[in-house]
Design a binder for this molecule. Sequence first.
Ligand code: CAA
Length: 296
Amino acid sequence: MASVRSVTRFLLGKNLFSGNIVPASNSGFVKFYSAAPAYENIKIDVVGSKKNVGLIQLNRPKALNALCKPLFVELGKAVVDFDNDNSIAAIIITGNEKAFAAGADIKEMQNNTYSLNQKGGFLREWEDIGNCGKPIIAAVNGFALGGGCELAMLCDIIYAGEKAKFGQPEINIGTIPGAGGTQRLPRYVGKSKAMEIVLTGNFIDAQEAEKMGLVSRVFPVDKLLEESIKLAERIGTHSPLIVKLAKQSVNQAYETQLKAGLQFEKSIFYGTFATEDRKEGMTAFVEKRAPNFKNE
Ligand code: CAA
């Protein structure tokens, strides 16, 4: 496939991932990114025609982007920084052509013990992704296995390249999914499919993943990133405040029972009527013009 660098360079005509982030014209970016840490396990950039899409590429290609702790600490920081940056509308997490991520780092955890996991809160860093208020798109080419599949499921939308492979193969190494695989997968694809995937350790391809609802769309490998950026840009045309509320509300469907979820949804729905953006959105519709959202 075309690399992240070449696709985004093509889209934006600029030099990407050349070290630290390239400052954007917006003064907020300059301030933020000039202080951006030099990451070792990820690369970050700001893309899209309005430069409002935060792009994170997992970057441990030799280990198929195995999710070691230093990588996750960096990933969590990058997500939190983009979440706090008012000029970013949505975030994309991607890998490379061979691997989105082949799971938690088996070599790193090989000698862990039960008590070490408990005392150290093993995988605690992953909560930063789940706590992000902005939409996160997983753009998956290649393997998304174990923790890689769980990371994709922690995101809000999964787009896949046609050669992507998903799976929860932890059973092959004598353990079970530990970052949401046994909980999110059944909610997304149903019990029987989830059981089959978790209990066999077999991989499923992108087309099957789309059919079962794990993935929302499949693209040619070299179009995946471009399409993911388009999706993020489309989301970025809406009020950031209402996008955040809508994300919270959809997530309740997976985090609560139906009745409590419906109540939560209703309270958020009513709450949008206290916002200027809801008023502007409906007024613009009635007046047949484009809305001018103010994030208020
Ligand atoms: N952790 C650490 N290193 C890994 C890794 C992982 N999860 N996956 C791959 N690697 C490393 C390999 O050890 C290898 O390193 P060396 O070159 O130093 O030997 C390198 O990446 C390339 O991998 P392979 O040679 O195995 O590549 P392949 O193309 O032959 O096979 C693969 C690809 C099928 C993905 C295979 O690498 C594999 O099965 N990986 C493990 C997948 C897995 O079990 N994931 C679940 C991890 S546990 C987990 O994630 C727990 C959780 O829920 C949080």
